[in-house]
Design a binder for this molecule. Structure first.
Ligand code: FAD
Ligand code: NAD
Length: 477
């Protein structure tokens, strides 16, 4: 049964796919009494990705950077339905989506998966109709179809990835300490290889080196000297979105901290124990004990399905949208934001997705007001002329408030280890290129604390940092 407002106007159904940066920013800003809001995501929590690379080593606990979606929705003005499910297909013509329960899907990776023998009716699959659909399903880690990556590498995108990496690092250390010094297997186990010199790869390598230097050194001083961390990057330098001065600063620091930077090295193949890469025309083989793969994003299966249904979707890198975040080919009913979209002006970051979410909340509120006035004008034959004139003025005011999305880039920050950070800031139109510590390190921490989406997260992250500082990182599984 379609819900209605007290004046009889039907309430439109707004379906939001995802519980990441874009979706949560939208849901936190939107007056949810205006729509019948349904949220669908295989993840029943929001993940604060900027601190994900701090979790495998125990600098920050995973629980501290997730916020239950029901807690977020509970703070919303209206009632919002949440289904722990993934959208597996969208029918833009019929305005319907097909969802499948994701309860029991431990990977929560947004790929198609069966919800097991949960005995849900129709195998946990159902159709949901929408008036407006917001696609904010993010992206998945790309492998560029390089042979062996999917089977052998660890990723750094989801909670489950961080858990696996943590377990594997600790296992490798324990296994290595079981073997005699000089054993080739011991050497291999302690060879940690990170592929991709973007911010994810750099921040992870930096956190790992901090752990080795500050914690492992205390527990296993001899073994800690044998740990080797390498960062492999296809291009001539890492962190290519940063200013050259910050790139130079980071590369010098990483080398000084004994992180082996392998630049101009493009991985071509991965085997169980080594990578094969091309370096300035030569083929090189590099053994590893743990391989962490962070070479960027690719569209999810659902995103690809949507693209294949609309002839206006001509770019394989992501969903094409107009300046109002409307999906090309389904402008009347589908919006898309965040990492699932492709826009030449925007890098896939939390900052972009967050601002898009806030913009969309405003747009949807204005749209609601436009539709409300139109409904009143269409369904009230006996309105006095004065009221009609007033309503028409209000209508044009709300219509003209729907303007194009403008992204405001605040800058980029990255933690590079040894309590140092880099920042490429844009403040009131002025550019600031900053590097070093400890002031910048504290600035980095305070920015990330401010970005946390709940007070609970802020308190827990602060407590973790204090804990790690006083007692060291928790290196138990
Ligand atoms: P996501 O946040 O990935 O959310 C996607 C949501 O969709 C998830 O809830 C997912 O479960 C859900 N979903 C997936 N498939 C389906 C489906 N079929 N149906 C329904 N729901 C689905 N950016 C910054 O600006 N600053 C940083 O410091 C920073 N650090 C990062 C560190 C790491 C380790 C990583 C991996 C990324 C980092 N980013 C950072 C990038 C940032 O996390 C992304 O740009 C941001 O998450 C994009 O938001 P989104 O809402 O588009 O996608
Ligand atoms: P990325 O796309 O930023 O970097 C991937 C790197 O991998 C590139 O430098 C690329 O040249 C390299 N690469 C690709 N294929 C390779 C191969 N075969 N061999 C060796 N190197 C290869 O990816 P990311 O670091 O995962 O980041 C994803 C997104 O999240 C980006 O938009 C990034 O800006 C954002 N992010 C931001 C922050 C931050 O602001 N601190 C932190 C993490 C992620």
């Amino acid at each position: 049964q379609t819900p209605t407002f007290p004046n009889g106007q039907p309430k439109k159904t707004l379906v939001v796919l995802g519980t990441g940066w874009g979706a949560v920013s939208l849901l936190q800003s939107l007056d949810t009494t205006m729509y019948n809001v349904v949220v669908i995501s295989p993840r029943n929590y929001f993940l604060f990705t900027p601190l994900l690379t701090s979790t495998p080593m125990g600098t920050v606990n995973l629980k501290s950077i997730v916020e239950p979606i029901r807690a977020i929705l509970g703070r919303s003005k209206g009632d919002v339905k949440f289904y722990e499910a993934q959208a597996i297909d969208v029918d833009p013509a019929q305005k319907k989506i097909l969802v499948r329960s994701a309860v029991g899907d431990k990977n929560n990776n947004g790929n198609e998966s069966i919800s097991g023998d949960l005995k849900l009716p129709d195998h946990g699959v159902k159709n949901i109709s929408y008036d407006y659909l917001v696609v904010s399903v993010g992206a998945e880690s790309t492998t560029f179809n390089i042979p062996g990556v999917q089977e052998n590498a660890y990723f750094m995108k989801e909670v489950t990835d961080a858990e696996r990496v943590r377990a594997r690092i600790l296992d490798n250390i324990e296994k290595a300490s079981f073997l005699p010094v000089g054993d080739t297997r011991r050497k291999q186990l302690l060879n940690f290889l990170v592929v991709g010199g973007g911010p994810t790869g750099v921040e992870f390598a930096a956190e790992l080196q901090d752990f080795v230097k500050q914690d492992l050194k205390k527990w296993l001083p001899e073994l800690s000297k044998e740990v080797k961390i390498s960062l492999v990057e296809a291009l001539p330098s890492i962190l290519n979105m940063f200013d050259q001065s910050l790139i130079d600063y980071t590369q010098t620091l990483l080398k000084h901290e004994n992180i082996d930077l392998k630049l101009n090295t493009m991985v071509k193949k991965v085997t169980k124990n080594s990578i094969v890469a091309s370096n300035e025309g030569k083929e090189v083989e590099i053994p590893y004990g743990l391989l962490v793969w962070s070479t960027g994003n690719k569209p999810r299966v659902l995103t690809q399905k949507i693209m294949s249904k609309l002839e206006e979707q001509t770019d394989r890198r992501g969903l094409l949208i107009n300046d109002n975040l409307q999906l090309l080919g389904a402008e009347d009913s589908i919006y898309a934001l965040g990492d699932c979209t492709f826009h030449p002006g925007f890098v896939p970051t939390a900052q972009v997705a967050y601002q898009e979410g806030r913009y969309l909340a405003k747009t949807l509120e204005a749209l609601f007001k436009v539709e409300q006035i139109k409904w009143e004008l269409d369904n009230n034959q006996e309105l006095p002329t004065k009221k009609i004139v007033r309503l028409q003025k209000e209508l044009s005011k709300h219509e003209s408030s729907i303007v194009a999305f403008q992204y405001s880039h605040m800058g980029t920050l990255a933690y590079i280890g040894s309590e140092k950070a880099i920042a490429d800031l844009n403040i009131a139109g002025s550019q600031y290129k900053l590097s070093g510590g400890p002031l910048l390190y504290w600035f980095w921490k305070s920015v990330y604390l401010t970005m946390c989406i709940s007070l609970r997260n802020r308190v827990m992250v602060t407590a973790d940092w204090i804990n790690a500082y006083i007692f060291g990182r928790d290196s138990s599984v």
